[in-house]
Design a binder for this molecule. Structure first.
Ligand code: G3H
Ligand code: ZN
Length: 288
């Protein structure tokens, strides 16, 4: 079975992107896995600090490992947006496949210093672990938004190619997540703003490592394809799954008010997650 590093290389060579999907529970995991397996595509499961505390940190690794082994399948576990070096070390110690140190809100110097410490620790424990760094603030929550998150500047706040080049050189990260017009969360009644495709290309060329696009929910479909062609190799989706899961669960409870077995009333929520993931994976892999 291919390693995550090899899957990322393949994605780059084939000009496609690996889907990274966040989970809060095992139902979401099954919805995502079923979809990826049907399409025979590698997949990354992300858990933020809150998500992994809810599931259990060691339980996250046990779940992914058990699916990987049972199905001999390239499914990987990422410690998404981790705000302290100690928490990064904790996920490395319990066997996550990749980690993201999120210092986007810190000064550039502090972000570089902490990210570098994470890279050094990961290399020491297991050189196969993929480390991602990020520069540029795009908001912090995967939720439905009424406006662009405060603190996000879609023009002056974008990461520059010079910043990206310096950050990657100084930290040694494997992957880089820039601010290129993307936002965490998705706008309520309209698509999110367009991505700056030109900037993505410049950053990819300057920094020399594959790019990760965060805040995928709500992004116009055509922008995903252009972003992949410009150098994005992994795309994160969370809010769209949360909304699909919640809406399907709400409807299921309304339609079956006497049902008390979670494995019955949660069935449609799993299917709803699977549907979103399938649509996204087809787009990211240019499957018509
Ligand atoms: O790390 C998680 C993501 O970047 C998800 O963003 O909720 O806008 O899809 P999203
Ligand atoms: Zn993110």
């Amino acid at each position: 079975m291919k390693s995550l590093r090899e899957c990322i290389k393949d994605a780059e060579n084939n000009k496609v992107a690996i889907g990274h999907f966040n989970i809060s529970n095992i139902e979401m995991l099954w919805g995502i896995f079923r979809s990826a397996k049907n399409l025979n595509l590698p997949v990354i499961i992300g858990v933020s600090e809150g998500e992994r505390e809810f599931i259990g940190i060691k339980q996250c690794t046990a779940l992914i490992k058990s699916i990987r082994e049972e199905f001999d399948y390239p499914i990987f576990l990422n410690a998404d947006h981790t705000y302290s070096v100690d928490k990064v070390k904790e996920t490395i110690d319990v066997g996550f496949d990749s980690i993201i140190y999120d210092g986007a809100k810190l000064s550039c110097e502090e972000n570089v210093k902490n990210t570098k410490e994470c890279v050094e620790y990961a290399r020491k424990i297991n050189p196969e672990i993929i480390v991602e760094g990020e520069l540029g603030y795009i908001g912090q929550s995967s939720k439905v938004l009424d406006e662009i998150p405060s603190g996000v500047d879609l023009e002056k706040g974008l990461t520059t190619s010079e910043q990206a080049e310096q950050f990657v050189k100084e930290t040694g990260v494997d992957l880089f997540a820039p601010a290129v017009g993307n936002i965490h969360g998705m706008l309520r009644n309209t698509k999110d703003p367009h991505l700056n495709i030109e900037r993505i290309k410049e950053i990819r060329d300057a920094c020399g490592v594959p790019l990760v696009l965060h805040g995928g929910s709500g992004t116009p479909d055509e922008d995903f394809v252009k972003a992949i062609d410009a150098g994005v190799s992994i795309i994160h989706i969370s809010t769209e799954l949360r909304v699909a899961y919640r809406d399907a669960l709400k409807l299921s409870l309304q339609q079956n008010p006497d049902e008390v077995a979670p494995y019955r009333y949660l069935k449609d929520a799993v299917l709803a997650v699977e549907k979103v993931v399938t649509e996204r994976l087809k787009l990211f892999n240019k499957i018509i």
